[in-house]
Structure formats: C-alpha cells, structure tokens
Design a protein around this ligand. Structure first.
Ligand SMILES: CC(=O)[C@@H](O)[C@H](O)COP(=O)(O)O
Ligand SMILES: NCC(=O)COP(=O)(O)O
Length: 247
C-alpha cells in the first residue's frame, strides 16, 4: 500500500499572506488525517516563506502516534534568526522521517536531487545523527540517479524520486520515457535495499499512471496540486480522491 503524505506548505503560504493564524495548518492536518491520509509532510525553508519552525513543533505535538510525520529540507542550509536548521529541528521534534533535499535559498521550489556520487561523504555524519535521533532518512534524487549502494552503506533507508519532470511530460502528453526512467531508478534503488518514495507536482491527473509503473512505491508526498484541487473540491474530499487512486 502506498502511503499518502499530504504536504501542507501551501496552507502556510495562504496563512502567511495575511499575517494571521488562518487557515490553520493544524486544522488542515486534522482534516487530512480524518479523511484517511497516512502522513503529513512539511518543508520548513530558511526564508520562512511558508511553514515556520513553530508550525513544525505544533504539528509534532498533534501528529505523534497518529500518522507519519515527514520533514523535508536542505541539511546544509545554515541556521539563521528564527530558523534553527533542519537537523536541529529534527533533533527537537523527532519526526518519523526526514527527507533531505538539496535546495538553495533562491529556488522558487525544489527542482533537483542529490548527486549521490559526490555528496555522500558530506551526508554521512548527518545521516548518522538522524538515525541516532530515530528518524527514517530519505534522500531526494532525480530519476536516473546512480550510487544507491553508497547511500544504503551510510544508513539511508529511502530515496524520494523527484517527479517534476514526469508531471511536466505527462501534461505535455507523452511521459513514457520519463516514466521508464523513474521505474528503472526505483528498481535499482530497491535492489540496493532502499525503499522508494516519490513527490513533486503529482496530481489526481498523473498519480495513477505513475503509481502503476512503480511496483512497491512506499509513499507519495503531495501538496501543491492537492491543496489547489481542494480549493474546488474541499480538502477532505480531495484527500479521499487521492486515497482512491492509491487503492
Ligand atoms: C521536495 C519537494 O519536491 C517538495 O516537497 C517541496 O516541499 C516543495 O516546496 P514548495 O512547497 O516550497 O514548493
Ligand atoms: N516531496 C514532495 C512534496 O512533499 C510535495 O510536492 P508538491 O506536491 O507540493 O509539488
């Protein structure tokens, strides 16, 4: 069964746009859980454009023991005022999973994964620390990435395939080549002993085709499209629609 982890970044975008407490990220999480999602994902960025450190803390308190909690971010992004750093936040709230994403500050969104050949030694001490905390560690990678045996050797347990290029190709009408690359990437990662997650720009339109091509897909984390669709259909209904696709 592929777990649906709802990314709540875009709830925080709307909330921060007026500087108040509404819409509530906690109420959104509660609605998603009651609708049946298996996890909640947030990506607290250093520039605090959406999810804030206090959101991460508040979610930890309400999610514990209910659904999986996945926190994403760049572990190398330095701490700054009001942003303690990803590893420090993980040490504080002990989420189920931490997904390491090599995003720079200037990016409008995540758009690439780690270079496992060159980044693995820098990642080793961070993976050690996250495992010590008790978190599952996942690395954000591009389709076609190499070096999964190195990732497994330093204690990484999952990869998350960056599905932005797949979603774009799907929207353009021909995703066969990208999908085949994602499937081969998943196969090689599983062969190296890693479980496979996926995320970025997945939607009700493209998820079924992706899921059918990736045997054993452990988790999808979905936010932008899901929250957008929820503006029309309602959050609970939208979550249930995704769960129906993943059945
Ligand atoms: C890693 C990834 O692809 C997404 O989870 C990311 O969290 C999207 O970030 P924004 O919501 O800031 O675009
Ligand atoms: N890891 C992907 C994620 O959490 C959500 O990405 P998106 O659906 O907002 O593009």
């Amino acid at each position: 069964m592929t777990l649906l982890s709802v990314n709540l970044n875009k709830i925080a975008v709307l909330r921060n746009s007026r500087g108040g407490d509404e819409p509530s990220i906690i109420q959104a999480a509660q609605t998603c859980i009651e609708a049946g999602c298996g996890g909640i994902t947030v990506h607290p960025r250093p520039d605090q454009r959406h999810v804030l450190p206090d959101d991460v803390r508040a979610l930890a308190a309400m999610l514990r023991g209910r659904v999986e909690y996945n926190i994403e971010g760049n572990p190398f992004a330095p701490a700054r005022s009001n942003y303690p750093g990803l590893i420090s936040l993980a040490r504080e709230v002990k989420p189920t999973q931490v997904t390491l994403v090599p995003d720079g500050d200037g990016q409008i969104t995540s758009d690439h994964g780690f270079d496992l050949q060159n980044d693995i030694e820098r990642l080793r001490p961070l993976v050690d620390e996250l495992r010590e905390i008790g978190c599952r560690v996942s690395l954000f990678v591009d389709a076609g990435a190499e070096g999964f045996e190195h990732a497994a050797a330093i204690g990484v347990q999952r990869i998350e395939i960056y599905t932005g290029p797949y979603a774009h190709a799907f929207a353009e009408g021909d995703a066969r080549e990208v999908l085949a690359s994602c499937a081969e990437t998943a196969r090689r990662a599983q062969q190296a002993g890693l479980a496979v997650n996926a995320g970025h720009d997945l939607s009700q339109a493209n998820l079924g085709t992706f899921r059918a091509a990736i045997p054993g897909l452990a988790e999808v984390s979905i936010g932008h499209a899901l929250i957008g669709e929820a503006l029309y259909e309602g959050l609970a209904t939208t979550v249930r629609n995704y769960l129906q696709i993943l059945r």
